[in-house]
Design a binder for this molecule. Structure first.
Ligand SMILES: Cc1ncc(COP(=O)(O)O)c(C=O)c1O
Length: 180
């Protein structure tokens, strides 16, 4: 049976040269021209005005939750099938993750359950602060119905594009943030 690796390293040929260049020019820390170039190229690739490189995915997700305004007591909807980095930053900020089951076809967050949960919580007078779909292993979550319910309820949706940054979702680039 052919073994399928999870995230096996991919080298495009220039990595050694760039590492050597960082040593030779002494731009090991704090940042330097390679990080600047990465941020510019990444922003251009995803159609954003700016990009900020961080030390880890968890740090980026923590920052994103701060920007969305998740705080003590706030609830945020996250998929049940994901990496702990989707959940931990909500807890760092004193919020409460609400785990939503996967849909059968994409294994990502189920949009029907998202809509039902949001509507129930709105009726109870405690709308969630954010919905956080994750595009796990390069497979995008079904965003259209999620965006519809977020727009209807004026909620913020923050997207963790883990393993999927550039591919088109239907017609446009996968958005990083949407909604109010
Ligand atoms: C869904 C998801 N989010 C975030 C991350 C990044 O986490 P880290 O803080 O380890 O870079 C990963 C890494 O595997 C991931 O799978």
């Amino acid at each position: 049976m052919k073994r399928i690796y999870l995230s096996s390293p991919h080298m495009s040929g220039l990595e050694k040269q760039y590492v050597q260049d960082a040593f030779v020019t002494n731009w090991i820390a704090p940042l330097g021209p390679h990080v600047d170039a990465f941020e510019q190229e990444f922003a251009a690739a995803v159609g954003a005005r700016h990009a900020a490189a961080l030390s880890s995915g968890t740090a980026a997700l923590h920052l994103a939750r701060l920007l969305v305004g998740v705080g003590p007591g706030d609830e945020a909807l996250v998929p049940m099938l994901t990496f702990s980095a989707s959940v931990n930053p909500i807890v760092y900020l004193g919020g409460r993750p609400v785990l939503i089951d996967s849909e059968r076809c994409s294994w990502n967050i189920d949009p029907t359950l998202v809509a039902e949960t949001i509507e129930r919580k709105v009726r109870q007078g405690k709308p969630p602060k954010a919905v956080i779909p994750v595009h796990l292993y390069g497979q995008s979550a079904d965003l259209t119905p999620i965006l519809e319910v977020c727009n209807r309820q004026a909620l913020c949706s923050e997207f963790t594009t883990s393993q999927r940054h550039r591919e088109n979702y239907k017609v446009s680039f996968l958005p990083l943030f949407a909604g109010a």
